[in-house]
Structure formats: C-alpha cells, structure tokens
Design a protein around this ligand. Structure first.
Ligand code: SAM
Ligand code: DTB
Ligand code: SF4
Length: 346
C-alpha cells in the first residue's frame, strides 16, 4: 500500500465543530456502512496494518482520595487493591527495559493520585528521563496538573500526558463527584500549553446511553486540538466499585464507538484500551477494522489484567498487523514481536 505521503492530499480539514446530532447519526448507521466509512478514513491517514503498542506500569498504586465509580484504586471502595508508595526509579527502569525488549514503543507510568504534590515531580521527572534514555516514548498519567507541573514534566522529556474526559459532560456527575469536568479540561490545556502531546479518551459500558457515548466523542473531537491518542476503555468491572454489576455493553456498540471515534478524530491514534482481556479475538479484529490502531501491551493494565503478550503476538500475526515503531526508532525492528504470520498460524 502507498506510504501516507504518497496518498492524495485533498483530505477534508480536521473539524472541531461536530454537533451531537451528527455523531448520533453516525452511531445509527447500518453497522457495515459505519465500518466502511471508518475504514476509509483510517486508510486516508494511516497504514491500517500498523498498530501502536504502549505498555503501562502503575508506579504508585491505590489509596486514591477520589471517588471515580469505576476505579479499583479509590481508597473508599473495598476492592482488595493494596496502596503502595511511589516506586523507585531503578525498579521503574527495569520494567521499562522489559517492555522495550517485548516490543513496546511507548511506556506509560500511572499514579493513583488526584494530582501530584510538587515534591513528587522531581521523582517522576527522574523516571521520565531514564525511560526516555532507553529510546522509548514516554507517557504519564498522574491526575490533575498545574501549569508549572506540566512544564516541569515537559522539561524532563515527557512526550505524552494521559488525562481522560471519561464520559459525556451530562453523565459525568453520575460517575465522579470529587472533581469537575472543567478541571479535566484545565489540565488538558496545561498539557497542551507545555507543548506535550495529549492522550485523552474515556470509558464506555458504565450505564451511559448511546447519546452519552456520542457526547463523550463530541467533547473529545471539539477540544481545541484533537488528542494525539484517544483511549477507548470498556469498563473493567471490579468487585467493590459502585459500577460492579452494570449491564454489559453490546459488543457491536463498542465497535461502533471505536468507528465513530475514528471518523471524527481522523488523525488521532484510537486506542483499544481497557477491557481487551475479556474480548474475543474476533471482537478485537472488528475494532481494528473499525479504525483502532493502538493497544496496551503487557499482562497488566494498572491493577487489572490484559491479554498476555503471546496471545497478542499471535493475534497480530493472524491478522497481519505490525507494531508501529516509535518515531525516533524508525528503522529498528523489534525482532521478538515482528514475526511472520506462519509462526503463529494454527
Ligand atoms: N489517577 C489518575 C487519573 O485519574 O487521571 C491517573 C490514573 S487513572 C486509573 C487513568 C484512567 O484509567 C481513568 O481516567 C479511567 O479512564 C481509566 N480506568 C480506571 N479504572 C478503569 C476501569 N475499571 N475500567 C476501564 N478504565 C478504567
Ligand atoms: C487509559 O485510558 N486506560 C489505562 C490508561 N489510560 C492509564 C488505564 C486502564 C485502567 C484499568 C483498570 C486498572 O487496571 O486498574
Ligand atoms: Fe484516583 Fe485516577 Fe482512580 Fe479516579 S481514576 S480513583 S483519580 S486513580
């Protein structure tokens, strides 16, 4: 297939004025038509055989003062997650080396904080510097940031900051009470102003309506700049959280959500995020067909499970997908993940 630069350059401009009605109309298309449209947009901007691969590490787990109804790390819910202190830089570096050796191009460090304290920033900055020196792209998700904290993380070499809108503005109050939707927009503005790339998405399957799923995507697509990465998480139901026992989302509705995200944010990496462990290979294949082109790779997300690397490598091989290389690493092949389809053929 032609390289992106060889494809026609008469593509429509990226839009930031999507109406709710337009998104609901996309959601309501016949499934096959929606996937065709999303697949067409995907091919205009990306090689559909390439999937970006990030590995997550929880560098500070549990004990969080917030009340996010989905989250196993909120102290107030009894989920069996033990609170830990911030990991040492050496221990983080060891995990980052393993992730690189396994074929990840980006390493994302997560902390169960409402927001970091200023005294935490130099410790996280040291982790970022060391991980970046390995040749990995760096990402962090630490909660709300002030402008000066965002600047300090950028100076340490942080490439991406993950901060999700999580859900539609009108459903947000059902899920989180300890901070406002506007607080999230403010943190994203600080991240953009500091010159970092944004990773921002949300969770579906929390009992929201289709109109509210459209509302989440509308809020994301109408941000001043589309997020560079858009994680679409399917709720991982954790016993002890208020959302345990929520009715499961129809898998086709999840695929529709990915497809609409691809159409309205055509140049963003759309990440098939939490919830993959319980998805069949066929459902994941539909998500890639709908325009998902990024995953979390490695046995664990933050506290919950993710498919093991062998299963993902086998899936990539069966589908003829390749991991995307980090920009600064283009030209280097991760031999252990890039194997011929025959290696895994049944
Ligand atoms: N504490 C920081 C914050 O809230 O921004 C960073 C870590 S927090 C765990 C990052 C994101 O993980 C949340 O915004 C949410 O979208 C996602 N997440 C947390 N628990 C989840 C679950 N049970 N299922 C799906 N996604 C989840
Ligand atoms: C995102 O949107 N999903 C990831 C990442 N950003 C940090 C986190 C998913 C967490 C799932 C629940 C857990 O493992 O604790
Ligand atoms: Fe805390 Fe983040 Fe979990 Fe909310 S999502 S409870 S802020 S760790």
């Amino acid at each position: 297939m032609p390289a992106v630069s060889e494809r026609p350059s008469t593509l429509p401009a990226t839009r930031h004025d999507w109406s709710r009605r337009e998104l609901e109309t996309l959601f309501a298309l016949p499934f096959t038509e929606l996937l065709h449209r999303a697949g067409t947009v995907h091919r205009q901007h990306f090689d559909p055989a390439e999937v970006q691969v990030s590995t997550l590490l929880s560098v500070k787990t549990g004990g969080c003062p917030e009340d996010c109804a989905y989250c196993p790390q909120a102290q107030r819910y009894h989920t069996g997650v033990d609170a830990t202190k911030l990991m040492s830089t050496e221990a983080v570096l060891e995990k980052a080396k393993q992730a690189k050796a396994a074929g990840a191009s980006r390493f994302c460090m997560g902390a169960a904080w409402r927001s970091p304290k200023d005294r935490d920033i130099p410790k996280v900055a040291a982790m970022i510097r060391e991980v970046k020196a390995l040749g990995l792209e760096t990402c962090a998700t630490l909660g709300m940031l002030s402008g000066s904290q965002a600047q300090a993380l950028k100076s340490a070499g942080l490439d991406y900051y993950n901060h999700n809108l999580d859900t539609a503005p009108e459903f947000y109050g059902e899920i989180i009470h300890t901070r406002e939707f506007q607080d999230r927009l403010d943190t994203l503005a600080h991240v953009r102003d500091a010159g970092m790339k944004t990773c921002c998405g949300g969770i579906v399957g929390m009992g929201e309506s289709r109109a509210q799923r459209a509302g989440l995507l509308q809020a994301l697509a109408n941000l001043p700049a589309h997020p560079d990465s858009v994680p679409i998480n399917r709720l991982v139901q954790v016993e002890g959280t208020p959302l345990a026992g929520t009715a499961e989302l129809d898998p086709f509705e999840f695929v529709r959500t990915i497809a609409v995200a691809r159409i309205v944010m055509p140049r963003s990496m759309v990440r098939l995020s939490a919830g993959r462990e319980s998805m069949s290979d066929e459902l994941q294949a539909l998500c890639f067909t709908a325009g998902a082109n990024s995953i979390f790779y490695g046995e664990k997300l933050l506290t919950t499970g993710n498919p093991d690397t062998e299963r993902d490598m086998a899936l990539f091989a069966r589908l003829g997908l390749r991991p995307m290389q980090a920009i600064e690493e283009a030209g280097t092949v991760h031999a252990d993940i890039v194997q011929s389809p025959q290696t895994y053929a049944a």
